[in-house]
Design a protein around this ligand. Structure first.
Ligand code: FES
Length: 592
């Protein structure tokens, strides 16, 4: 009959027992059964127009796509997904793309970080509930990468990540401008009267010239590089610009590779080992990576069951020099980093500082992957003999009575003369209170003042926003002050800079000592000694803490309530306590 398809060439692979057995692909539990159970699964999927061969026992590969027009950094991922599909078909798999929650760093309020754990939970459950043998994770913007890695670690389904790549270098009036980094600079210039509003508007489009994520070494670039270092994305793929054809090439290769990972049953638990995290911490130091990497790696490690402590970040990074000369620590941008050789060139230069026996999704030891890596611009990726910053200049972990469970400071983005500093505290209970005061002409502060903003931690805000590098008071900016010591229980954008102490734990809302600091208290910061002290004496601090009472809890419902009641402190990755660990991807019960 015209229009009627020819007799169907292939029958589904059938499983007499109707469920996946040892050594079988997971999807067989859905598609291989004879009779009604298998027919239900196959028939409805064929409504999408697939031929029956797709059920012949080939690996079913999910493509978890965080595309969204509300996440500008991920808005090009539908095209990337098509390239992944090409690779999956090419390798004999059956690709099925599905949307995930998406987290747009710039648009979401109160902060995208509030929803990282929700996205991780949503992706994890989607992976587990569906007939998938493997998944390609498409991410880009800051929180989408860690959320997907957390999900993959908990579901422990064969997985490979493809990040969307950075934007092309920003350009404005003949100079490089970095997304994020120059927002802070332009804000300070505007506040100081050295730039007009019209000039700022003109700079906006020059700062976002193409699709892709922020092209500084902000959190998105950092997490993309670390996903590669962890072995969860293909070697050499993190730095390709989003607009470069090799971004799609790498996506197609990932589509091919995931089919092998699914067939061989290679799971994230075999890749996300303690060795992988140690390498990631060292590479993070070498690239001048974001402080947010600390929280995200702790959370991913928690899902993978890898014991990782906040202090590991300091201890493991101490022998590592900062090699990568990118904003906000240096002067170049991700496009330059890519053309200079990207992550493989950095890892090759780090050499014996890494464990090159680690095997990631590519299936070969790191030593083999980076053996041929070359650096093509030694001002962008410096050698160990001529680093951008000497060993021990990365993110430092502070201890002291103001942060008993730790705090962090990104030394490479701080002012060297402020790394040892003693000053009087000026304390604000919220960022809004600070902003109002900072605009006033008679703020009682000078350049020695230590500015403290509290109640911006995971529980207190809630969601631990990126306000830690809050702009300096207007009067001081006008006097030409460019940096001051700032302390908070918040985070800082990876594109931000300044002498800012972040992630103070426990946070004020959890009754940490930050909650009882008062304006006028002496504060001593000594980064070389890794110390942060509220110098009021132990007895006085104990008296204040005993008298402390929590602020009235906000009116939260739904997810925000769940978050506030279960979020862990920053030193444990700010995951939800009940999400730590893995549930694996055993086939759920059949309801048909
Ligand atoms: Fe998405 Fe910077 S806002 S990566």
């Amino acid at each position: 009959m015209p229009g009627e398809p020819a007799a169907e060439a292939a029958q589904p692979a059938t499983d007499p027992e109707g469920a996946g057995g040892p050594g079988r692909l997971r999807s067989a539990a859905w598609f291989a059964a004879r009779g009604r159970p298998g027919m239900i699964y196959r028939s409805w999927l064929r409504a999408e127009g697939f031929t029956p061969e797709v059920f012949d026992g080939r690996p079913v590969i999910g493509i978890a796509n965080s595309w969204s027009e509300l996440t500008p950094c991920n808005a090009h991922l539908r095209g990337v997904a098509e390239a992944v599909k090409r690779g999956v078909w090419q390798a004999g798999g059956f690709p099925l793309e599905f949307p995930t929650m998406s987290l747009g760093e710039t648009l979401m309020r109160p902060t995208a970080m509030l929803f990282r754990n929700l996205m991780a939970m949503e992706v994890e459950e989607t992976l587990r509930a569906n007939p998938l043998d493997g998944v390609v994770l498409l991410s880009g913007c800051d929180k989408t990468t860690p959320a997907m890695l957390m999900a993959a670690a908990s579901a422990d389904l064969p997985a490979i990540m493809v990040t969307g790549g950075p934007m092309l270098n920003g350009k404005f009036r003949g100079a490089d401008v970095g997304s994020g980094t120059h927002v802070w600079r332009f804000e300070a210039e505007l506040a100081a009267g050295r730039m007009t509003q019209e000039e700022c508007v003109a700079a906006e489009s020059g700062m976002a010239r193409s699709c892709g994520h922020c092209m500084t070494m902000g959190t998105a670039s950092t997490m993309a590089c670390l996903a590669e270092t962890l072995g969860m994305q293909l070697p050499g793929s993190a730095a390709w610009p989003a607009a470069d054809s090799r971004r799609l090439l790498t996506a197609q290769q990932a589509g091919q590779r995931i089919v092998s990972l699914a067939r061989d049953g290679i799971r994230p638990s075999q890749i996300l080992t303690r060795t992988a995290f140690e390498n990631a911490i060292r590479v993070n130091a070498a690239i001048g990576g974001s402080t947010n990497a600390v929280i995200h790696l702790l959370a991913i490690a928690g899902r993978a069951g890898v014991p990782l402590r906040l202090d590991d970040f300091d201890e493991l990074a101490r022998p590592v020099p900062t090699l990568v000369n990118l904003m906000p620590s240096g002067r170049y941008l991700m496009e330059d980093f890519c053309y200079a050789g990207g992550v493989p060139a950095v890892m090759r230069e780090l050499g014996d500082l890494l464990d090159t026996g680690h095997v990631g999704v590519a299936g070969r030891p790191l030593a083999a992957e980076i053996a041929g890596a070359r650096c093509w611009n030694d001002d962008v990726i410096r050698g160990r003999a001529d680093p951008l910053l000497p060993p021990g200049s990365g993110t430092a972990v502070l201890r002291g009575n103001l942060c008993p469970d730790g705090a962090v400071i990104k030394q490479s983005a701080a002012s060297p003369q402020l790394l040892r500093h003693r000053g009087r505290a000026l304390v604000f209970d919220s960022i809004e209170e600070y902003h109002a005061a900072a605009a006033s002409a008679d703020l009682p502060a000078d350049e020695t003042t230590v500015l403290i903003v509290r109640n911006a931690g995971p529980r207190g805000y809630p969601g631990m926003p990126e306000i830690g590098n809050f702009v300096l008071p207007r009067t001081l900016l006008e006097r030409g002050v460019t940096d001051m010591v700032r302390i908070s229980d918040a985070r800082m954008s990876g594109t931000g800079y300044g002498t800012v102490v972040l992630h103070v734990a426990p946070e004020a809302a959890a009754g940490g000592p930050l909650a009882v600091a008062r304006s006028g208290d002496p504060v001593a910061l000594d980064v070389p000694a890794r110390s942060l002290v509220l110098d009021i004496g132990g007895d006085e601090l104990a008296r204040r803490l005993a008298a402390w009472a929590p602020r009235p809890a906000g009116q939260h419902r739904g997810y925000a309530r769940l978050y506030v009641e279960h979020v862990l402190q920053a030193d444990r990755g700010a995951d939800l306590d009940f999400l730590v660990g893995s549930s694996g991807c055993d086939v759920p019960r059949d309801n048909h």
